[in-house]
Design a protein around this ligand. Structure first.
Ligand SMILES: [Fe+2]
Length: 129
């Protein structure tokens, strides 16, 4: 499996999720407006609230954002987490007000590789497992 990629429209702020399984060609309306969000590159960000914390317990992998729990208010929250494994890309969406943690159940021989999170204000973050 390859890393997921995110692109942000510089005009409207919409996020385009791009997974290696999909072939996306930007239409004329989007050309020049999409900027790729590189992981772990935002500056002046509290890392302890954005780097995902990963706990592996048998075939269960819990991804929590982060070591210090990230705010989950309407204007600032974790929108989703990914768990990349050697077999697939798992994903979980959050709503404001929820606890930013999710447990993924993996197949018996599935190996976790990395966890990601997207904060609507502070971007895209990754933790290798
Ligand atoms: Fe944030």
């Amino acid at each position: 499996m390859k890393d997921p990629r995110l692109f942000k429209c510089q005009e409207c702020g919409a996020i385009l999720e791009y997974t290696p399984e999909l072939k996306v060609t930007a239409c004329d309306a989007l050309k020049g407006k999409l900027k790729e969000l590189k992981v772990n590159t935002e500056e002046n960000v509290a890392l302890e609230k954005h780097i995902p914390k990963v706990e592996v317990n048998g075939n269960k992998v819990t991804v929590t954002v982060g070591d210090v729990i990230h705010p989950m208010i309407d204007s600032h929250y974790i929108q989703f987490v990914y768990l990349l494994t050697d077999k697939r890309l798992h994903k979980y969406y959050f709503n404001p007000g929820e606890h930013p943690s999710h447990t993924f159940a993996l197949e018996k021989d599935e190996k976790p590789l990395a966890a990601y999170e997207y904060c609507n204000l502070h971007g895209f973050w990754k933790k290798e497992i």
